[in-house]
Design a protein around this ligand. Structure first.
Ligand SMILES: Nc1ncnc2c1ncn2[C@@H]1O[C@H](COP(=O)(O)OP(=O)(O)OP(=O)(O)O)[C@@H](O)[C@H]1O
Ligand SMILES: [Mg+2]
Length: 235
């Protein structure tokens, strides 16, 4: 179902289970796909991968396209100071070997699929108030045919660029703010989808997809790797 040419949006309010699900369910599933490479933008230092980290856009481009060995299946890019510029540089570097397909008259012919995971996407894109920067637009408009796709996760819809929201084939919805259920799920997907999301328990999630007639609801992930986070102080 999660084919190399489909984009995924993961929505859910603070602590609703997005990152845990991405780490424990989605990444293991993507790892099974042949040839595919997953690039993780990690701005909260939450992801662990076996390959060495990549530290610059040039480095990322080289690891994916210019290594003698096969590129690692999963590449982590730590981004301690997220900004739109940084995200755009890494997106450009993940798309194609430097120089190829860069002229306006030429298409890049990809040899293998690349997917970029942008958890907490608003950290990169809120300075644009949800507008679509160039390289991001390239990913979701041209990405399907080039097998360049995104997994975009966020707590709220406000600061995710519109194109990502409206052009992603799959929505994975955890418990969401009422505003987003009303203004995004109900409006773009339908009332029954909105009611389904509204009625979910904690850590449950709905899979709402262009490829399904009816949305599916899944029980919370159960298994290793659930970390306790501090619960805060009552004042
Ligand atoms: N399936 C689950 N079962 C039990 N506890 C869970 C589950 N998923 C997440 N949690 C708990 O909820 C906490 C928050 O989960 P997680 O970090 O995945 O949420 P998030 O939606 O990514 O939050 P944020 O928006 O802050 O990034 C985790 O520390 C974990 O303790
Ligand atoms: Mg998270």
């Amino acid at each position: 179902m999660i084919a190399p040419d489909t984009n995924i949006v993961v929505l859910g309010r603070v602590g609703s289970g997005k990152t845990t699900w991405i780490q424990r369910v989605l990444i293991p599933a993507l790892r099974k796909q042949r040839n595919g490479i997953l690039v993780i933008f990690d701005s909260k230092d939450e992801y662990q991968v076996s390959a060495p980290d990549v530290s610059s856009a040039m480095d990322l481009n080289r690891v994916i396209y210019a290594c003698k060995d096969r590129p690692p299946k999963i590449i982590r890019v730590p981004i301690p100071r997220p900004s739109m510029e940084v995200a755009e540089q890494f997106l450009a570097a993940a798309w194609a070997p430097v120089g190829e397909g860069s002229s306006d008259a030429e298409f890049y012919k990809p040899e293998f699929p690349v997917r970029v995971l942008i958890d907490d996407a608003p950290m990169y894109y809120m300075e644009r108030g949800g507008a679509d920067p160039d390289w991001l637009r390239t990913w979701y408009i041209m990405g399907r045919s080039a097998k360049r796709t995104l997994v975009t996760a966020a707590q709220r819809t406000q600061f995710i660029p519109k194109g990502i929201l409206t052009m992603s084939e799959h929505l994975v919805a955890f418990k969401m703010a009422n505003y987003d259920i009303k203004n995004y799920v109900a409006r773009y997907h339908g009332e029954s989808e909105a009611n389904m999301v509204k009625s979910m328990r904690r850590y449950q999630y709905s899979f709402i997809s262009d490829l399904l007639d009816e949305p599916l609801v899944f029980d919370p992930y159960v298994g290793p790797g659930i970390t306790k986070r501090p619960t805060g102080v009552e004042l």
